[in-house]
Write a protein that binds this ligand. Structure first.
Ligand code: SAM
Ligand code: 2KA
Ligand code: SF4
Ligand code: MG
Length: 236
């Protein structure tokens, strides 16, 4: 059985982003990423500053139950890029056996067959401000394979160039539910008051930008709800 490198397991909390925002959920955060986004708010998963533990699917479920008790029925797998890890197949199977709903956060750069078994797949291609380059052929392939599944696209926006990129992505996959997310420009600060004000200003800017865009007529615009509530605190 292939083990999974786990950085943190936490919850219950609420899903603060995207297609099931507000959903009560546990989080399993894996380590390692094939990207290195300039503004990554979870850089400790890949920049060498965090410590991960290799765990079996059984051990992960055990820890979820130890921390969450009976107070959860939904698990979100994030990272890093969880799609790096074949071993997640066993975790998804085990959670399904226990009638626990699953969701995933991934950037759409790597395919895994177990993606077909996840209840809510969020694919978050990266805009130019990240300094990453989207492999559109790969993204096409992944979205095609998931075409009859419950998926969404979520693009984080920091500036006008990012917004143009988001329009291009939404036009390329018009049938996939589309979410715009406010970028957090300071994912390290502990000054929650200033951060909150800045994020709300950026949210207002992003809403105005969306209102002015015909391409975004059916898009949804969201903040990171957990960041508004708890700032850059980890494990929430
Ligand atoms: C940390 S990533 C992990 C999953 C996967 N690697 C990905 O990027 O989709 C989870 C989500 O947080 C978003 N994110 C990362 N840094 C952010 C920031 N500074 N502001 C807003 N969203 C951010 C990512 O775009 C992604 O949608
Ligand atoms: N509450 C909460 N919601 C989230 N949605 C996506 C997250 C992530 O880091 O992938 C995240 C997170 O870290 N916490
Ligand atoms: S793809 Fe996700 S985890 Fe990887 S660097 Fe970018 S935001 Fe961070
Ligand atoms: Mg996060």
């Amino acid at each position: 059985m292939k083990k999974i490198p786990v950085m943190e397991i936490f919850g219950p909390t609420i899903q603060g982003e995207g297609m099931v925002i507000g959903q009560k959920t546990m989080f399993v955060r894996t380590s390692g990423c094939d990207y290195s986004c300039s503004w990554c708010d979870s850089a400790f998963t890949w920049d060498g500053t965090g410590k991960s533990t290799l765990m079996t699917a059984e051990a992960i479920v055990e820890q979820l139950q130890q921390i969450g008790g009976d107070n959860f029925s939904h698990v979100t797998i994030s990272g890093g890029n969880p799609a790096l890890h074949k071993g997640i197949a066993a975790l998804v199977d085990l959670l399904k056996e226990k009638q626990i709903q699953t969701a995933i956060e991934t950037q759409g750069s790597i395919w895994q067959d177990w993606l077909l078994d996840i209840d809510e797949v969020t694919i978050s291609p990266k805009p130019p401000s990240s300094k990453m380059e989207t492999n559109l052929e790969k993204l096409d392939e992944i979205i095609h394979k998931l075409s009859d599944r419950n998926i969404s696209l979520k693009v984080v926006i920091f500036d006008d160039v990012d917004f143009d990129y988001a329009e291009t992505i939404h036009k390329r996959y018009p049938d996939v539910p589309f979410y715009l997310q406010v970028g957090n420009e300071d994912a390290k600060t502990e000054e929650n008051h200033n951060l909150l004000q800045q994020l709300l200003n950026r949210y207002e800017w992003l809403i105005e930008r969306t209102i002015d865009s015909q391409v975004m007529n059916d898009a949804k615009v969201l903040p990171q709800l957990h960041t508004l509530l708890w700032g850059n605190k980890r494990g929430v």
